[in-house]
Design a protein around this ligand. Structure first.
Ligand code: DGL
Length: 274
């Protein structure tokens, strides 16, 4: 996972009240956004989900990079003060490109999650993610640097199932059993921001003793550090605003997005072109 420590950003006080851009290939990033809204009640957020082109995880690197840059450009045009890549696939394949393109600081989901998981690791950590994430070996490399052993599995059918709202179903359980068969770990990293929606099924299949780790909490911690170190926290008493953008027809998506927010979506979904 690349670092952008050397990059210097302009930050002026008027920037503090700008929203934070959060993006994903679809609606999976809403698992991260939900946590961010809870943890940062004064911050405004713009969410962008590329529902017209989800899933990214089965595509090649060049395509994922190209799509990622288009999402970044769209959010920068909306004037944001920071970006959260709420997608493991983009974080693992396109992070350097995203950071190079961005004129505001960028947080990814992998580095914070690895740090948290490594702290808890006893024996071996399991990682599940999209094909692109697992093939990139981003998690493997990051854990290796910390001396932690991992076993990684790709679960390409999980994202389409979730985007379709097929969550607590027998079919999902059978697919989860196939993917997780024989995996012996203490901790399992949900290396895709869609997967927390399947945590009930995953937990049932892998057993109660295995602890599931998702990216939402560690990513929120990383955002807190960024906002305080760059002095970018919202400092006015203005009510925060939320905008939810998607790139395809919003009807089915909105129905599924409600599941992420226990049926109370903070804003209506609006269709945009990136
Ligand atoms: N939420 C994305 C992730 O974290 C899903 C990727 C996809 O579109 O396949 O990897």
């Amino acid at each position: 996972v690349a670092s952008d420590q050397a990059k210097v950003y302009n930050s002026a006080s008027w920037m503090n009240d700008l929203p934070i851009g959060v993006f994903d290939s679809g609606i999976g990033g809403l698992t991260v956004l939900k946590e961010l809204i809870k943890r940062f009640p004064r911050e405004s957020f713009i969410y962008l989900g590329d529902t017209a082109r989800v899933p990214y995880g089965t595509r090649d690197k060049e395509t994922i990079k190209r799509f990622s840059i288009e999402l970044v450009d769209f959010l920068l045009k909306q004037k944001v003060k920071a970006l959260v890549v709420a997608c493991n696939t983009m974080s693992s394949v396109a992070l350097s490109e995203i950071k190079n393109r961005s004129t505001v600081p960028v947080i990814d989901v992998i580095s914070p999650t690895v740090k948290l998981a490594a702290k808890n690791a006893r024996d071996k950590i399991g990682i599940i993610g999209t094909r692109a994430t697992i093939n990139s070996r981003a998690y493997e490399k990051a854990f290796q640097e910390l001396g932690v052993k991992i076993e990684a599995r790709e679960c390409p059918l999980f994202v389409p199932l979730i985007e379709e709202g097929v969550i607590d179903s027998k079919a999902t359980e059978i697919i989860a059993k196939t993917y997780l068969d024989g995996l012996k770990v203490d901790y399992l990293v949900l290396g895709c921001t869609h997967y927390p929606l399947l945590s009930k099924v995953i937990q049932k299949v892998i057993g109660k003793k295995v602890r599931l780790i998702d990216s939402a909490h560690p990513t929120a911690d990383a955002l807190r550090n960024l906002l305080s170190s760059s002095d970018l926290s919202a400092d006015s008493n203005i009510k925060p605003s939320y905008k939810f953008y998607v790139t395809d027809d919003t009807k089915k998506t909105e129905e599924v997005a409600r599941l992420f927010f226990d049926n109370k979506l903070p804003a209506k979904l609006q269709k945009v072109t990136v």
